[in-house]
Design a protein around this ligand. Structure first.
Ligand SMILES: C[S@@+](CC[C@H](N)C(=O)[O-])C[C@H]1O[C@@H](n2cnc3c(N)ncnc32)[C@H](O)[C@@H]1O
Length: 235
């Protein structure tokens, strides 16, 4: 917690939070991951893993053949996460299935149809609208057809920004909101996770789904990646 606060203070724009996500928010974000017995092996991407509270919620849902890639670009968080992978009971139980990628998601190439589930913890409202659009497009392209993308937004940030920020900042925030609304209108699953009140601050979980472009059932990225007749999916 102290480490998170220190990083939030040092780099508020990229950390974008005053506290790590609660386990309740973590569970809301990880909800598209069904119990391992009821699905095939899955590949999961978490973006902006921080100190690993959401990583833990995802890890607790991993089955034997599943894989999780956790992207985080703040070296202080990467160190904490690497240590947690050894010491935390939930994470260490599946540490062989988790890969930490210490890079910026904006620099990281993402293969098409590589993941069944993407969980983004990025502070979208601190980014430019162009960056948010580009990230959402890349995430949806990186999902198998029907794959799930979840992310969250804190409640009340727009009115707060209107009150305390410059006009340009408030306008940027509104433009980001418009991009997020547009993607929800196109790709919203109808079953969004709703509001998580037990988080500081309370947050809304948003749930998008990649279009069903062909008849490939969700839950098959790992199997497809290994399939010899799907060379474009091999990584
Ligand atoms: C709101 S915090 C979430 C942290 C953690 N997942 C949680 O929920 O408590 C956002 C995280 O995204 C990371 N982040 C921001 N921009 C990033 C980027 N371009 N690439 C990778 N990680 C990024 C920050 O360093 C921070 O850890």
């Amino acid at each position: 917690m102290m480490a998170f606060l220190r990083e939030a203070w040092r780099s508020m724009r990229t950390t974008g939070a005053i506290a790590p996500s609660s386990i309740h928010l973590g569970n809301g974000l990880a909800a598209p991951l069904l119990a391992p017995g009821s699905r095939g092996p899955v590949r999961v991407l978490e973006v902006g893993a921080g100190t690993g509270t959401v990583t833990r919620a995802i890890a607790s849902r991993l089955g034997p053949g599943d894989r999780l890639e956790a992207v985080e670009f703040n070296p202080a968080f990467v160190r904490l996460l690497t240590r947690a992978l050894r010491r935390d009971a939930v994470l260490s139980a599946v540490s062989g299935q988790i890969r930490i990628i210490p890079e910026s998601i904006t620099e990281l190439p993402l293969a098409e149809r590589a993941y069944d589930v993407i969980v983004s913890c990025l502070p979208f409202t601190n980014f430019t609208p162009e960056t948010v659009r580009s990230l959402l497009e890349r995430f949806l392209t990186a999902l198998v057809p029907g794959g799930h993308l979840t992310y969250f937004g804190y409640l009340g940030t727009q009115p707060a920004r209107n009150l305390i920020s410059s006009r340009a900042e408030a306008a940027r925030h509104r433009s980001v909101g418009a991009v997020l609304t547009e993607f929800s209108a196109h790709y919203g699953s109808g079953g969004s996770g709703g509001i998580v009140w037990r988080n500081l601050p309370p947050a809304r979980v948003i749930h998008l789904r990649a279009p069903e472009r062909c008849a490939v059932p969700a839950g098959t990225a790992a199997a497809l990646a290994a399939a010899p007749d799907r060379p474009w999916l091999r990584r």
